[in-house]
Design a protein around this ligand. Structure first.
Ligand code: ADP
Ligand code: ADP
Ligand code: ZN
Length: 213
């Protein structure tokens, strides 16, 4: 099963993608996590990506597409995957589509997690991230067992630089300009499914599994 998660920054794509990956035993692939791991390790790719991420802008397609295509070519992706944060532009969607078509394959579902802008800024300011293992928390909705410490790996949690309110507003604008048009594209292909992302995360997941099962 090949799944794409669509939705605004902070809509809950990552939260749901992790649960999907676990239930259906497919890898969760987050381009944002790949970039953050590279920043943490001080790679050239990380240095380049950081310039854009810190401003709430998208990393150029050229760089992003190469990383994603390398990742989905790995053996663990043979039975499918859930993509979280890719594609984010029309050219990215075209590259993915062409690569899949070339293998006689296609995306099965594009799950659009729908959350209005008003809810987003509040959600993002409460998000806490572990840059070591990629786990995500929320100070009210998903608190870690011990404040400021990752339950999974024990590393300190941070407020991502790009989750500060001024950057979140930029990211929302970028989302509406560059990513939202993908909803129309996947709708035309007949694979779009929209779920209400404002309800409790368990209920969002129930709506998603009702689609995938
Ligand atoms: P969120 O889940 O909150 O939307 P991500 O972790 O997916 O955030 O992405 C963080 C940042 O990484 C984005 O704002 C962007 O700068 C960069 N990024 C991630 N995925 C892509 C992509 N597919 N294309 C371009 N930039 C990306
Ligand atoms: P995205 O990957 O779309 O940027 P995340 O999955 O990281 O979004 O979620 C953004 C923040 O909102 C996180 O702090 C997460 O714990 C929290 N969150 C996710 N889903 C919900 C939900 N249904 N209700 C309330 N908070 C949520
Ligand atoms: Zn961790």
């Amino acid at each position: 099963m090949k799944i794409i998660m669509l939705g605004a920054p902070g809509a809950g794509k990552g939260t749901q993608a992790k649960m999907i990956a676990e239930k259906y035993q497919i890898p969760h692939i987050s381009t944002g996590d790949i970039f953050r791991a590279n920043i943490k390790n001080g790679t050239e790719l990380g240095k380049e990506a950081k310039k854009y991420m810190d401003q709430g802008l998208l990393v150029p397609d050229e760089l992003t597409v190469k990383i994603l295509l390398d990742r989905v070519a790995q053996p663990d992706c043979e039975n499918g995957y859930v993509l979280d944060g890719f594609p984010r532009t029309i050219p990215q969607a075209q590259v993915l589509d062409d690569a899949l078509t070339g293998m006689g394959d296609a995306i099965d579902y594009a799950i659009n997690v729908d959350v209005p802008d008003e809810n987003i800024v509040k959600r993002m300011s409460g998000r806490r991230a572990c840059l070591s293992c990629g786990a995500t928390y929320h100070i009210e909705h998903v608190p870690p067992k011990q404040e400021g410490i990752c339950d999974v790996c024990g590393q300190p949690l941070v407020l991502r630089d790009d989750d500060k309110p001024e950057t979140v507003l930029n990211r929302l604008k970028v989302y509406h300009d560059q990513t939202q048009p993908l909803i129309e594209i996947y709708s035309a292909k007949g694979v779009l499914r929209t779920v209400d992302g404002t309800v409790d995360m368990k209920d969002v997941f129930a709506a998603i599994t009702a689609i995938l099962d």
